[in-house]
Design a protein around this ligand. Structure first.
Ligand code: PGA
Length: 256
């Protein structure tokens, strides 16, 4: 069964405030033909409020690239889910592999962040999972995906109106310029879906989860990711920084 797809831009730490504002303006002007929250942009923390002002009156959704698990308190440098909501965000990327690599985030932290986001009404976590090259080469991918899902999601209760997005991002494909073969992504998504079915039941997975792919998607390879049964959308890094290329990617996935 097909569900509404979503295309999410992860701007990472690649733009200044001025550049983020410019890109938000460009996206607002070019993306006039999409439904509410079909396209989501995730600027850095510093740019969120300004970008939120710019995209008012458009259908573009707003997300953050990280969140802390506590609500309020003495946690220097951190930002909570309700603060992000106040600044206009509905979506939050959690556990991106770059944070796991450079900030030592682990799946216990990711689990707490996920709970914190779900505790705020109407907020949607985007949980990143994915194997590294060594794990893939030695045929451990399926187990790694299973384990990461268990660690991030065990004990989570999904309410009727809640949504969780799982982003399958093979670490070796991110920023490499080469996406994985669409058929391989589709297979990995199937493993993720079956694992989630086991944990939450098929109905909940069908109604409350999306499974999206991320890793070197661009205007040339996106066509292969269109129309695959198990892929509910994309998380786009580098190619989302060029508004025309990002529009091409979004059109390919979201327009029939
Ligand atoms: P990329 O990044 O498209 O530049 O590979 C994707 C991501 O890390 O979310």
């Amino acid at each position: 069964m097909s569900k509404n797809k979503i295309v999410i831009a992860n701007w990472k730490m690649k733009l200044t405030l001025a550049e983020s504002k410019k890109l938000a303006q460009d996206v607002k002007e070019k993306f006039t033909n999409f439904s509410e929250d079909e396209v989501v942009i995730c600027p850095n923390f510093l740019s969120i409020c300004e970008v939120n002002n710019i995209i008012q009156g458009s259908t573009i959704g707003l997300g953050a690239q990280d969140v802390f698990w506590e609500e309020l308190g003495a946690y220097s440098g951190e930002v909570s889910a309700s603060m992000l909501k106040e600044a206009g965000c509905k979506y939050v990327i959690i556990g991106h592999s770059e944070r796991r690599k450079f900030l030592m985030e682990n799946y216990e932290m990711i689990h707490k962040e996920l709970k914190a986001v779900l505790a705020v009404e109407n907020m949607v976590p985007i949980v990143c999972i994915g194997e590294n090259w060594d794990e893939r080469k030695t045929d451990r991918r399926d187990y790694v995906l299973f384990e990461q899902l268990q660690q991030a999601l065990t004990g989570i209760e999904v309410k009727d109106n809640q949504e969780i997005i799982v982003a399958y991002e093979p670490i070796w494909a991110i920023g490499s310029g080469t996406a994985i073969e669409p058929a391989e992504a589709d297979y990995a998504h199937k493993i993720i879906r079956l694992t989630l079915n086991d944990m939450f039941g098929e109905d909940v997975v069908e109604n409350n989860f999306k499974i999206i792919y991320g890793g070197s998607i661009n205007k040339d390879n996106v066509v292969g990711f269109n129309g695959l049964d198990n892929i509910d959308g994309l998380l786009v890094g580098g190619a989302s920084l060029n508004p025309d290329e990002f529009l091409h990617v979004a059109n390919k996935i979201l327009k029939k």
